[in-house]
Design a protein around this ligand. Structure first.
Ligand code: CAA
Length: 281
């Protein structure tokens, strides 16, 4: 999602963006995707060549270099790595150490507690906590198309930080909703049990995957059926969000479908791996 966020920040909000990823290959792929999106905008007459190259000129790639000063002048960082608490905690520790003192540390997490992440935003050189500058900034895929950002303050977040984050989301052309720091926030507290129930509907033989998806698409005007949407989001992501809901609430209604766990164990993670409930080869 990071590349979609970068694209909208550069194109709609008009700000300079620095991309960082541990994989150079992902950065190259991301920049190629930006080029293809801009190419499409030009082809459709929504941008001219000059405007497209101005947008492209605002995006640079800095490799995996938080420590090397590449973020020395940033005002806001949006972390969008995998849904893993230890990975995100390590990144927030590093950001708290190397970012300019005023910078906001936002996370695109879809379910992990912001108050927990904020507690790890400690400058390792000075021991100073930057928890008050941490905020949840949750986008939806595909970021250039979906109009929402869910804002989630940690218990520690300063209200001025929340105001700046809201202003920036609006400058990106998004509508903002505000959620308490609770498992799954608004979006995934509602969406994931729905997807999970669709998987249980499939595994208990109530209907075929096509009929489940068609029912929701044609009967309820959803753009994608829940199984197709699960493939699109990533089955590994769906499973980790269900586990957060289950672990943090202790409520059995959030038990992940057995089939979901088996699919992830088999490496069928959805569209990104070429196979999920459907095949993408
Ligand atoms: N990046 C940028 N633009 C994209 C895109 C992408 N990855 N994928 C599609 N688009 C654009 C297309 O270019 C097209 O734009 P134009 O109309 O301007 O030409 C537009 O979206 C529509 O695309 P298509 O005609 O190819 O296909 P479609 O009409 O079937 O729409 C869709 C595709 C927008 C993905 C639609 O199926 C949809 O809305 N699906 C549901 C998406 C959804 O629910 N997302 C939320 C997932 S949950 C999440 O992200 C967060 C979480 O915490 C789990």
């Amino acid at each position: 999602m990071g590349i979609g966020i970068a694209y909208v920040a550069a194109k709609t909000a008009g700000v300079q963006v620095v991309l960082s990823d541990r994989s150079q290959q992902q950065l190259t792929k991301g920049l190629q995707f930006v080029d293809s999106l801009l190419g499409k905008e030009v082809k459709k007459g929504r941008l001219n060549n000059e405007e497209a190259s101005r947008v492209r000129g605002r995006i640079s790639a800095a490799g995996d270099s938080v420590e090397q000063g590449a973020f020395g002048e940033v005002d806001l960082v949006v972390e969008a790595v995998a849904e893993s608490l230890p990975i995100k905690q390590a990144i927030f520790g590093s950001l708290a150490t190397h970012l300019p003192p005023h910078a906001i540390l936002a996370s695109n997490t879809s379910s992990i507690s912001l108050s927990t992440l904020a507690a790890s935003a400690v400058n390792s050189k000075t021991g100073e906590s930057r928890a008050r500058q941490v905020v949840g900034f949750h986008f939806f895929n595909p970021v250039p198309v979906m109009k929402l950002v869910e804002l989630i303050p940690a218990l520690q977040t300063d209200s001025s930080v929340l105001d700046v984050a809201r202003g920036f989301a609006e400058r990106m052309g998004k509508t903002v909703t505000l959620s308490a720091d609770t498992p799954g926030f608004i979006s995934n507290r509602l969406l994931m049990p729905f997807i999970n129930e669709a998987i249980i509907t499939l595994e208990t033989g109530i209907a075929s995957k096509e009929d489940i998806d068609t029912t929701l698409k044609l009967g309820m005007a959803h753009p994608m059926g829940p199984l197709q949407l699960a493939d699109f989001i990533g089955l590994d992501t769906c499973l980790s969000i269900m586990k957060v809901l289950q672990d943090e609430t202790g409520d059995s209604k959030y038990r992940p479908a057995v089939l979901l766990g088996r699919m992830v164990a088999a490496g069928y993670h959805g569209k990104k791996t070429g196979r999920g409930f459907y095949s993408y080869t």
